[in-house]
Design a protein around this ligand. Structure first.
Ligand SMILES: [Zn+2]
Length: 73
């Protein structure tokens, strides 16, 4: 599980870093990014103003967000 996550995390980190730069989320409030109508992790549209489509996406995003912080993003 963790090994698989590490493998795909690198790609996600690059993509999320671009997203955060584009939306300026990293500058605003890294602890609590705004809901955009799309899952912050997988990009699926979300009807209500949640930030992730499910708890798995939230957990994965938090894992990636922690990795981004370690890189100073
Ligand atoms: Zn999702």
């Amino acid at each position: 599980m963790m090994a698989d996550l590490a493998d795909m995390t690198q790609e996600r980190i690059e993509r999320l870093a671009l997203c955060q730069q584009r939306f300026g989320q990293a500058k605003q409030k890294p602890e609590a990014p705004e809901a955009t109508g799309y899952c912050l992790n997988c990009g699926d549209p979300i009807a209500d103003m949640r930030r992730w489509c499910d708890s798995e996406c939230r957990d994965e995003w938090e894992h990636i967000d922690a990795a981004l912080r370690r890189r100073g993003l």
